[in-house]
Write a protein that binds this ligand. Structure first.
Ligand code: BGC
Length: 264
């Protein structure tokens, strides 16, 4: 656990002292927390607000401001979005409102947060950074690690010798004529009411394709379904080892906090 004392809203810990702030923007919830970068732990509780509907950039921006204000945080903020983010601009939006495409999300969030520094990155990339430093990849210093977030879609983070190669979109690689995330995301399992065993078969096919294309050394499986990893990892039939993510639903926030701190 963190050795930083949570001071209460009137006396917030300030940036510096190894603290940073991350926000994970998802289709159902926007979640934020102060992160102690020495440990990867939250300082106090995270704060979650339902994603506003319609989830326009401006409406989500207001929710982001509400979360930051809740903590009285005055420093820079790292944020995640479920799409490709290049130079602060969101280029794709597979599972969020199309209104986001080509939005300068860095400028938008920065101006809504009073002009402070912000870093915006892909949600799976954030999870990958966090897992590699504090979680399931912490022991892997060399080689190619692929973290997959198995949720509504499939997100990916590719890390080579500890360095993130950002904005990979493994969920959109076609496997027998259908993109991977439409074949084997956690949502597809739920929608089809598949057993874990059956789903593991579908996921194995996707993983084998990734193996053929990228020859990874390790897969880290993230997303809510990684909590039940013992029910499906044993049924996988691909070759490369798959380990469950360890940070679970904190990884996006922690990775966002890491990203903004590293940019400074
Ligand atoms: C998006 C990715 C995202 C993933 C998980 C995919 O549909 O294209 O950018 O990381 O979903 O949210």
């Amino acid at each position: 656990m963190s050795d930083v004392t949570y001071l209460g809203a009137d006396r917030m810990p300030s940036p510096g002292a190894g603290l940073s702030f991350g926000i994970d923007i998802g289709g159902t919830g926007v979640k934020g927390a102060i992160v102690d970068l020495r440990t990867g732990d939250f300082v106090g509780e995270r704060h979650r607000i339902e994603t506003p509907q319609p989830a326009t950039p401006e409406a989500v921006g207001r929710t982001v401001t509400e979360i930051v204000d809740h903590f009285g945080w005055t420093g820079p903020v790292g944020l995640t979005l479920p799409g490709v983010v290049k130079d602060g601009i969101l280029r794709t939006a597979a599972n969020i409102d199309d209104a986001w495409i080509d939005t300068d999300v860095r400028a938008l969030f920065s101006s809504q947060l009073g002009g402070r520094g912000v870093t915006v990155l892909n949600d799976a990339d954030a999870a990958g950074l966090a897992e590699l430093r504090y979680g399931g990849g912490a022991h892997v210093e060399e080689g190619l690690v692929v973290l997959l977030t198995l949720g509504t879609g499939i997100g990916s983070a590719v890390m080579y010798n500890g360095t993130l190669i950002p904005n990979t979109e493994f969920g959109h690689i076609e496997v027998r004529g259908k993109i991977a995330e439409k074949r084997a995301s956690a949502k597809v399992r739920k929608d089809n009411d598949w057993s874990f065993e059956k789903w593991a078969e579908k996921l194995s096919e996707v993983l084998r394709m990734y193996e053929r294309l990228f020859s990874p050394d390790l897969f880290i499986a993230g997303g809510g379904i990684s909590r039940k990893a013992d029910k499906w990892i044993p049924h996988l039939t691909n070759s490369v080892p798959v380990v469950p993510a360890q940070l679970r639903n904190t990884a996006g926030i922690v990775g966002a906090a890491m990203a903004v701190a590293d940019d400074l």
